[in-house]
Design a protein. Structure first.
Ligand code: DOR
Ligand code: ZN
Length: 354
């Protein structure tokens, strides 16, 4: 039996409020616990988007009633909430600020760079701005971080040019950190015959070439965090004529990486750095005393959507053979998950910015 710290996932879409047929605070935190994640940071592209006091309260009320593991909620950067000096009480109640600079699921999107400036100038510098920014817009976001001398965390990097750019920026002292998702390390755009076709393969950023994937693995030391970007949409939605982008990931991230550790593609120390130590430091998350995850390292099994707690009903890793199963999760002294059963009640989860 292997004991790990309680894992932190800095990038999760709860779908609550507004799209609870896909997921809600209850099911997403069950999926988290089953995956060894005890603290998740929730993205703001809900319905309505979370961007002011009223919508933050709405998300946090739902979380307070339903969440079974710990959490914090991001605020979204919109066109009209850029002056954070007018709303000084809000940022300390949030995980940080999320800026959508490229197109994806939901309404939050800042096209015009003049809209970026007030956010970079006024969002408190002790918390990172997290940017969905791909390729050249990533270069622009990193320039903004340098100009305004503030921390910027790049979400879900997927390309060779991106990891090399972040490496260069870090070497020059820009306060930039980044995360990568399992699907951008274990899947590529040339995957065929894997059952991951059509709408099921849609995700933003898109799956990249094998050369990009290889480059991410080669530059793992540049990457600060592993994050799921758990983005549940139902199997029916994914198979429709208008498939929304996104993959679930909370219940597959740990077995995928433990299998990679077994294959010597990374060390266990690196896994703990990227799934616990670094997200804790970057997002200034508090200690969770008496918290750990027990894993049966040798358990071999196939990933099955039918065994998952997420409401979305599918996984891009269906049938993958992995080693390493979460046996028990203890959060703040309570056994919250054991042998396939969720034991924490709704409401046990705490807002770590509460
Ligand atoms: O594939 C994605 N889905 N990428 C995103 O950035 C958003 C997410 C979602 O919310 O579904
Ligand atoms: Zn996302």
């Amino acid at each position: 039996m292997l004991t790990l710290p309680g894992l932190i996932d800095p990038h999760v879409h709860t779908r609550d409020p507004g799209q609870t047929h896909k997921e809600d605070w209850d099911t997403v935190t069950q999926a988290a616990l089953a995956g060894g994640v005890v603290l998740l940071l929730a993205m703001p592209n809900a319905k309505p988007p979370i961007f002011d006091a009223e919508t933050l309260d709405l998300a946090l009320q739902n979380a307070k009633q339903k969440a079974r593991c710990d959490y914090a909620q991001f605020l979204g950067a919109g066109p009209n909430n850029g002056d954070w000096n007018k709303n000084k009480d809000l940022p300390p109640r949030a995980a940080g600020l999320k800026m959508y600079l490229d197109s994806t699921f939901g309404e939050l999107r800042l096209n015009d760079m003049t809209l970026w400036t007030p956010h970079f100038q006024t969002f408190p510098k002790d918390l990172p701005i997290v940017a969905h920014s791909e390729s050249r817009s990533m270069a622009a976001a990193i320039l903004f971080a340098a100009l305004y001398d503030r921390p910027l965390h790049i979400a879900h990097i997927s390309l060779k040019e991106e990891v090399l750019l972040i490496k260069a920026a870090k070497e020059r002292g820009v306060k930039v950190t980044c995360e990568v998702c399992p699907h951008h390390l274990f899947l590529s755009s040339s995957q065929s015959g894997s059952g991951l076709e059509g709408g099921r393969s849609e995700v933003r950023p898109r799956l990249a070439t094998q050369e990009d994937v290889d480059s991410l693995w080669e530059n793992l030391d540049v990457i600060d965090c592993f994050a799921t970007d758990h983005a549940p949409h139902t199997a029916a939605e994914k198979d429709s004529d208008t498939p929304p982008p996104g993959f679930p990931g909370l219940e597959t991230i740990l077995p995928l990486f433990l299998t990679a550790v077994r294959e010597k593609r990374l060390s266990l120390e690196t896994l703990i750095e990227k799934m616990y130590l670094n997200p804790k430091r970057i997002f200034r998350l508090p200690d969770q005393p008496e918290t750990w995850v027990e894993v049966d390292e040798n358990a071999a099994y196939e990933i099955r959507a039918s065994e998952q707690f997420t409401r979305c009903g599918w996984t891009p890793f269906e049938g993958w053979k992995v080693r390493g199963r979460v046996r028990r999760v203890v959060l703040r002294g309570k056994t919250c998950f054991e042998d396939g059963k969720i034991l924490a009640p709704p409401g046990y989860g705490k807002n770590v910015r509460g």
